[in-house]
Design a protein around this ligand. Structure first.
Ligand SMILES: *[C@@H]1O[C@H](CO)[C@@H](O)[C@H](O)[C@H]1NC(C)=O
Ligand SMILES: *[C@@H]1O[C@H](CO)[C@@H](O)[C@H](O)[C@H]1NC(C)=O
Length: 349
């Protein structure tokens, strides 16, 4: 009896494992209720379909191996190709790849026009980790973090260079509108913001490499939004439009950016601004006239160093209502001299 029971064990485990492994898009519906899910590529998600992994059981682990490709379709920016939601969730890419077919959408217009483009990955995870995944070719935004808390994203590689260099507009790496988010150990090649914190408390962006995009940004912050307690540390920003960037919409009211720290940031080959803090932002460009109804306060910049192209500007600040800026060890060279308007006393350092 005992022998027979032992003999039965391996096949019982085998059955349990395969029951929670999806090897095709159609198979995903069958594994959603498991607490240990394996998405085993290669497979393709057909055009105009999305993977919905919301409502997962608490404590679920998802592993992804091989490549999962999302075929080009016609979904617009209100859609996400992959959504993961639940509490106490661990996503371990174990080196898997998600491919969003970005270059077949890219037309240089991003979310502002041209063909419809979906966002790629939305995380709605309370208390969890997302790690070791490679994400390539996002149609527009790569990671949107919303309705999440206590989430750590680590060891992720994002490559949105694609075959159509310069046309991948709005391929932001991490858009964060949630509290208690850490992003660490990311390697990003993209064509827009590496980080954009839009409406969030307590964000920690540390030990990341950003190449080819628009810099590490707070904002753009709009009417009614608050960004508070963000720490960006030990990051490299290369071949990008900007390095350190804080942007408030010029017409924002009741918005607030407070307690922002950037430290140990290395810049190289920055095209526009090494450091830019502006309250005159609009989606279609800066107005030159900063707003005064939404303050930026307690900005600490320490050890920000590196190079800007000669046509760029090392440091640019245009404020309508800014206070308590503390700068130290700022060593940015190569571009035009610093321009600092609308803050008194002027930050030194
Ligand atoms: C940010 O995250 C890193 C890596 O997890 C950690 O070492 C560091 O203490 C965190 N910093 C803050 C301000 O939370
Ligand atoms: C930033 O670049 C330096 C010099 O190349 C390197 O030593 C460091 O590890 C890089 N930082 C990250 C977060 O990869």
């Amino acid at each position: 009896m005992a022998v027979a029971l032992l003999g039965a064990l391996p096949s019982a485990f085998g059955a349990a494992t395969s029951a929670c492994t999806a090897t095709s898009y159609a198979g995903i519906a069958n594994v959603k209720s498991c607490t240990s899910i394996l998405l085993k590529g290669p497979f393709t998600v057909p055009a105009n379909n999305v993977i919905d992994l919301t409502g997962l059981k608490s404590g679920t682990t998802i592993q992804i191996t091989g490549t999962i490709t999302f075929a080009k379709g016609t979904l617009d920016k209100t859609n996400d190709l992959l959504t993961i939601g639940g509490s106490s969730i661990t996503v371990d890419g174990t080196g898997g790849i998600l491919d969003g077919s970005g270059p077949s959408y890219w037309d240089g217009l991003g979310a502002n026009g041209g063909v419809n483009k979906p966002k790629f990955i939305r995380l709605k995870i309370a208390s969890g980790t997302f790690k070791n995944l490679k994400v390539v070719n996002s149609p527009i935004h790569t990671f949107s973090v919303s309705a999440s808390s206590s989430l750590t994203i680590s060891g992720v590689t994002i490559d949105n260079r694609g075959s159509k260099q310069s046309l991948g507009h709005n391929t932001d790496a991490f858009d964060v509108s949630s509290n208690g988010i850490t992003v660490t150990g990311a390697t990003v090649f993209n064509q827009d913001d590496c980080l954009a914190v839009n409406n969030a408390n307590v964000v920690n962006f540390t030990n990341n490499n950003c190449d080819g995009g628009h810099g590490i940004s707070i904002g753009s912050v709009k009417t009614g939004s608050t960004v508070k307690s963000v720490t960006v540390s030990d990051c490299n920003i290369s071949n990008s439009d900007n390095g350190v960037r804080i942007k408030m919409y010029n017409d924002a009211t009741g918005a607030n950016i407070d307690t922002i720290t950037y430290k140990n940031i290395a810049l190289s080959n920055i095209a526009k601004y090494g450091i830019v803090i502006q309250q005159d932002y609009t989606n279609s460009g800066a107005t030159g006239t900063p707003g005064t109804k939404s303050p930026i306060s307690n900005v600490i910049l320490t050890n920000i160093h590196g190079t800007v192209q000669s046509s760029g500007t090392n440091v640019y600040i245009l404020c309508g209502d800014c206070s308590k800026f503390t700068f130290s060890q700022i060593a940015i060279t190569g571009g035009k001299a610093a321009s600092c308007k609308g803050i008194s006393p002027k930050p030194t350092g």
